[in-house]
Design a protein around this ligand. Structure first.
Ligand code: ADP
Ligand code: ZN
Length: 644
């Protein structure tokens, strides 16, 4: 069924190209027939000596010399009955004699000689009409002149079709290249999303509610002289529901919704982006009131004139300029509102944020515990779940998940349950789905030696123990040494959802991250490559502390971070060589200090560490309860989430 559909879709372009070829051939044939046909009428052939005889016997009524080389002869009506002209009868397809003529034709050959013969006959007093005419076979000539161009155009169309990657949407792509690729959702499409389908995001919903009102009755606002906003920017991580929110706005306001991605404007041809923008706005205005939604607007909206060495950004700049012009251009009452989404508001061109363009910014954050609960409720609705399923537990198990991740968990859980031939989706299916989404597929049959397994167990136990023993490190949820995706083992934490981070918190986290390597050192006095990602994380954090947040002793309250993104630090360092040295020293000092701290902590808790690692080797997966049993209750559990 699906296949059929695809084939159907691809057929129109094929027909098209053949249609073009067919038309060209038909025209060629037609032209040669109608244009040239009359010159090549099926006249009886004769030759110059025969002609001379006819002429001298006074049979000829008219001689027409065409293009100086073809003579057409008409015979007088009364002479047609002569025996020698009887053959004319048989040449006529209808068996009837053509009385008017011309009747014969022949190649003149030497024109001067021919003319002299005619003159001689005239001198003798023989009467006949005589004319020269030039009949150009114009159509054929013109056509032949154009043939190379036609062929070139044909080849060009062919290449273009190839380049633009086949005919999505039918028709020859080349004719649509300047058209916007926006997908239109309106009353006819049955995707009806309202605010009910968007869980959480209360603040954002409130802000876009205003836009819904504008679209529903613009008069109310314009009557007081107010101007309807032209655009709003939705800022947030991928999967947090920005598209969903924009769709809900369209659904609530019951207006058409044009959806496309910033990268849809960009094509390898110059001028295409700008023309697509124009086309998009034209379509939207025709259907106004309407909403245009541009996802990932940073693809075109990046600050202009940055690192523009090659000039390759010109096309993008043109596109952006066109977008700005269009947003300025439409009148206050055209009722087209542009919503755009990005996860990098900081890199956007300042001109986009100016009043009268995207003058509203709406932040769409990752959902917190309660919002996750709400999102789970939305996505669990269509599933068959066991009655006792604790939604709150699911929300707790998914810190840092976006709305899209949660939707994914629900779907994955249903698939896992189905694979186990269950009647309803249960708690364990959800946990498995979470694991799978966080870590990738379990690789139970990955070959790991006993020794390696031991190292991994101690490494993970090290993370677990250190984070358990430090006040500000994120508390642990689960540790596993089952290899999964790229990792050989993993520890899951429940990060506190906090807005600002203090120095001690950062240091504690770094210490816990180094706990893995510290455990290897303390237990085996050997370290391994298994800590690569830990080191990477710690180094990044330490560098940020020193050069971004000013959380250090030797550099002080300076940041080398440029939130406007205007400077390209790959080429220009904002500090001197001397400072660079200092920064490097400071980073190294911070990391080594935390490493030593982790080692000391584990040395003094060595027995607990061993117990933990052995338990891990035995069970492969251990949870918070096991940790509590071995390490004792965590004295400073201040995590907000756990209160619930
Ligand atoms: P974004 O545009 O921010 O990348 P989307 O809007 O495309 O994210 O979200 C992807 C999917 O995730 C949605 O189709 C929806 O199923 C789910 N989702 C995301 N956020 C929410 C939410 N707040 N409520 C319900 N579902 C959500
Ligand atoms: Zn580690």
């Amino acid at each position: 069924m699906k296949k059929n559909k695809k084939e159907n879709k691809q057929e129109p372009p094929k027909l098209n190209i053949y249609w073009i070829y067919g038309a060209i051939i038909t025209i060629l044939l037609g032209m040669s027939f109608f244009g040239g046909g009359s010159n090549f009428k099926n006249l009886s052939k004769t030759n110059i000596s025969e002609f001379e005889r006819y002429l001298n016997s006074g049979d000829v009524s008219q001689v027409i010399v065409i293009n100086k080389n073809l003579a057409q002869i008409s015979i007088k009506e009364e002479s047609l009955s002569k025996a020698e002209h009887q053959r004319l009868k048989s040449t006529n397809i209808f068996g009837q004699q053509n009385i008017k003529g011309p009747h014969y034709q022949f190649e003149v050959g030497n024109l001067e000689l021919f003319q002299r013969k005619l003159e001689k006959a005239e001198e003798k007093g023989i009467e006949f009409k005589y004319e020269f005419s030039t009949v150009e076979n114009r159509w054929l000539d013109v056509l032949l002149g154009f043939l190379p161009i036609i062929i070139i155009i044909g080849i060009w169309i062919f290449i273009m079709r190839r380049m633009s990657g086949g005919g999505v949407g039918g028709g020859s792509q080349i004719f649509n290249i300047g058209k916007s690729k926006a997908k239109l959702f309106d009353q006819n499409t049955d995707i009806k999303i309202t605010f009910k389908d968007v869980a959480g995001l209360e603040g954002a919903k409130e802000e876009v509610q205003e836009i819904v009102d504008f679209l529903k009755n613009p008069a109310k606002y314009t009557a007081l002289g107010g101007k309807i906003p032209k655009g709003a920017l939705l800022v947030g991580m991928p999967g947090t529901g920005k598209t969903l929110l924009a769709k809900a706005v369209a659904g609530e306001a019951k207006v058409p919704f044009f959806s496309l991605s910033g990268s849809d404007f960009v094509e390898m041809f110059v001028g295409v982006g700008a023309s697509r923008v124009r086309d998009l706005f034209k379509q939207a205005k025709d259907k106004s009131p309407s909403i245009i939604f541009i996802d990932e607007i940073d693809a075109i909206g990046r600050a202009r004139g940055k690192s523009n060495f090659t000039g390759s950004n010109d096309e993008r700049e043109n596109t952006l300029n066109q977008l700005l012009t269009e947003m300025d251009g439409f009148g206050t009452n055209s009722n087209v509102i542009v919503l755009a989404a990005t996860n990098r508001a900081d890199v956007l061109d300042k001109a986009l944020m100016r009043a009268g363009r995207f003058d509203r910014q709406i932040y769409v954050d990752l959902p917190d515990l309660n919002e996750r609960l709400e999102i789970f409720k939305v996505h669990l609705k269509p599933l068959k779940i066991i009655k006792s399923l604790d939604f709150e537990f699911l929300a707790k198990q998914t810190p840092g998940f976006s709305g899209a991740d949660i939707a994914n968990v629900c779907n994955e859980a249903a698939l896992i349950a189905a694979r186990k031939n269950k009647k309803a989706v249960g708690k364990q299916d959800f946990l498995d789905a979470v694991d799978r989404i966080v870590g990738g597929l379990e690789k139970k049959n990955k070959i790991i030696t006993k020794e390696e397994k031991k190292t991994i167990a101690y490494h993970e136990a090290g993370h677990a123990a250190v984070s358990w023993l430090l006040k500000f490190a994120a508390p642990l949820v689960k540790v596993t040494i089952v290899p999964r995706g790229q990792s050989l083992g993993a520890a899951w934490y429940l990060p506190e959802e906090r807005m600002i981070v203090r120095t001690e918190q950062m240091l504690d986290e770094m210490c816990a991250t180094l706990g893995g390597r510290a455990a290897e050192k303390v237990m085996f006095n050997k370290i391994s490559t298994g800590a690569l990602s830990d080191l990477e994380k710690v180094t990044r954090q330490a560098r940020a502390m020193v050069s971004v947040y000013g959380l250090n002793d030797s550099i002080g309250n300076i940041t080398y971070y440029d939130s406007s993104g205007q400077t390209d630090y790959n080429f220009t360092k904002p500090y001197s060589e001397e400072t660079a040295q200092k920064i490097d020293n400071e980073i190294s000092k911070i990391i080594e200090k935390q490493y030593k701290r982790a080692c000391d902590l584990l040395k003094s808790n060595k027995k607990k560490l061993i117990a933990l690692a052995e338990r891990l080797l035995e069970k492969e997966v251990i949870f918070k309860d096991d940790l509590e049993k071995i390490l004792g209750k965590r004295p400073f559990d201040i995590v907000k989430n756990d209160k619930k």
